[in-house]
Design a protein around this ligand. Structure first.
Ligand code: UN1
Length: 478
């Protein structure tokens, strides 16, 4: 067997049960072998992070800046290689894999800069002669649990702010895609992190994740993944009275109004619904279309879908790679069946595809004649499946768009300033896009949703400080 990629605990690489990392574009290919951590390993990682915290939390901001900047430079320099690894383990196309790697590098760079911008407030007390200072301090040991769909960007956008603000970390990547996070942790540690500051424990949620949830020494936990697991994280965290942050599902609407530019609307829908194989919590899975443009939009989107090449993630010319694994493919196909049985019309796609290599290839699917209460319009599929809901006018479109348990992203395609402005103000989502896809966000501004999509403070940008620090108010009588 080739080299085993080990867990990183207390500054040392530690062996563990070897698990193969398969390529969803070619299931005969093993991308690498990665060690699964045991519960004891996870405990050791938490203990190491706890031991390292006092010293790390007092390091100078220049040191933290330099480490994050060095790591950013290496990620950027190795973008082609790391992007390829990502595409191999997750199934995104090479261009998407490189794009995500660049995003991770940019996030590290942004938080390198944030180290130098740490600030607080000084203000007078209401009692004369007394001064008040408000400062931000690190929270302690941060547990990080990440999903398989953004194997390097999401770990980067949780690890970078955690370190920037002086916390120590135990990170557990998704069992399905440990490779990109392994590479990121290796880069950060070689960039100069002291032992114990950043620990990596790969493996199963039921073993490693559970140990993080139950540990009284994990002071804050940040999670991106499914609603069901998010609820478990919340329950366990409340029991420990620890700070937690959840990013979960979406059933994001893209509203297309009669006055939309058709080409823009089609591009937003194709990108938002199907790129990255629809495996984004920000994907547009509900296309809410007013009746005047409905038929033209469906016809143009179908034509666009017919031109999409679904093939091996590394093949030149592929627009969309495979679904990540068999169980996600089963879920996608089962929702296609559910929608048909509910009376939705499978307008185009939804077929399994055979390619040169054995992989989980699925043609993007478009449903029409769907009703807002159908399961296909209420539950997250997390695959290349979207459905059209025809509505009468803008008012009905807004109402349907908001009629969901989720509230992550929401989009509108329109040339009307009035409708765009009204939609931005009245959409019940954390992020609203006008004439842009609902997925594919900037790295330097806040990210997060409302309702069942998110819980706790926003991620990314300056807003990340809310979660990764705790505020102290000090009063001084000189
Ligand atoms: C994006 O759309 O650019 O898991 C990011 C997800 C999100 C990230 C989406 N947390 O899909």
């Amino acid at each position: 067997m080739e080299e085993l990629h080990k867990n990183y605990i207390a500054g040392e690489w530690r062996d563990g049960e070897a698990a193969p990392n398969h390529n969803p574009s070619n299931t005969d290919e093993v991308v690498g072998h990665y060690a699964r951590a045991s519960a004891d390993d996870a405990q050791a990682a938490i203990a190491a992070a706890k031991d390292a915290f006092p010293a790390w939390s007092r390091t100078g901001i220049q040191q933290r800046h330099d480490i994050l900047k060095t790591a950013s430079d290496e990620v950027m320099a190795r973008r082609a290689e790391l992007g390829k690894l990502l595409a191999q383990e997750e199934g995104k196309t090479l261009a998407e894999g490189i794009g995500e790697t660049v995003r991770a590098g940019q996030i590290l760079d942004f938080f390198a800069g944030e180290c130098l911008r740490l600030s607080g407030e000084t203000l007078p007390s209401v009692r004369p002669g007394i001064g008040v200072e408000i400062t931000r301090e690190p929270v302690g040991v941060v547990g990080i649990i990440t999903p398989w769909n953004f194997p390097i960007a999401i770990p980067a956008w949780k690890i970078a702010p955690a370190l920037c603000y002086g916390n120590t970390v135990v990170v557990k990547p998704a069992d399905l895609v440990p490779g990109s996070t392994w590479a990121l942790v290796d880069i950060l540690n070689r960039a100069g992190l002291p032992p114990g500051v950043l620990n990596l424990v790969m493996g199963r949620g039921s073993v490693v994740g559970q140990t993080l949830l139950e540990s009284p020494d994990v002071d804050a936990l940040t999670f991106t993944g499914s609603v069901a697991t998010g609820k478990r994280v919340a329950e366990a965290s409340v029991k420990q009275m620890r700070k937690f942050q959840l990013e979960m599902g979406g059933k994001n609407p893209l509203v297309v109004l009669d006055d939309a530019d058709l080409a823009t609307a089609v591009e937003c829908a194709a990108n938002g619904a199907y790129f990255s194989t629809g495996q984004r919590c920000t994907a547009s899975s509900r296309l809410v279309v007013t009746e005047g443009i409905h038929d033209k939009f469906v016809a143009a989107l179908t034509e666009r879908m017919q031109g999409l090449v679904i093939d091996h993630a590394l093949k030149k010319g592929s627009h969309i790679g495979p679904v990540v694994d068999q169980s996600q493919l089963d879920q996608d196909e089962s929702y296609i069946d559910i929608a048909k049985n509910e009376g939705a019309k499978l307008h185009w796609g939804g077929e399994r595809l055979n390619r040169e290599t054995p992989g989980f290839y699925l043609q993007p699917a478009l449903f029409t004649e769907t009703k807002r209460d159908m399961r296909i319009n209420r539950e997250e599929v997390f695959g290349p499946v979207a459905s059209v809901i025809k509505v009468k006018d803008y008012d009905e479109a807004l109402e349907v768009a908001n009629d969901t348990e989720f509230g992550l992203t929401s989009g509108v395609c329109t040339t009307s300033l009035k409708h765009a402005t009204h939609y931005k103000r009245n959409s019940e989502a954390g992020m609203v896009m006008v004439n842009l896809p609902t997925a594919g966000v900037d790295y330097h501004v806040s990210f997060g949703g409302r309702k069942g999509s998110s819980y706790g403070p926003r991620e990314q940008g300056r807003y990340a400080a809310e979660f990764f620090t705790t505020v102290k108010t000090a009063y001084t009588l000189p």
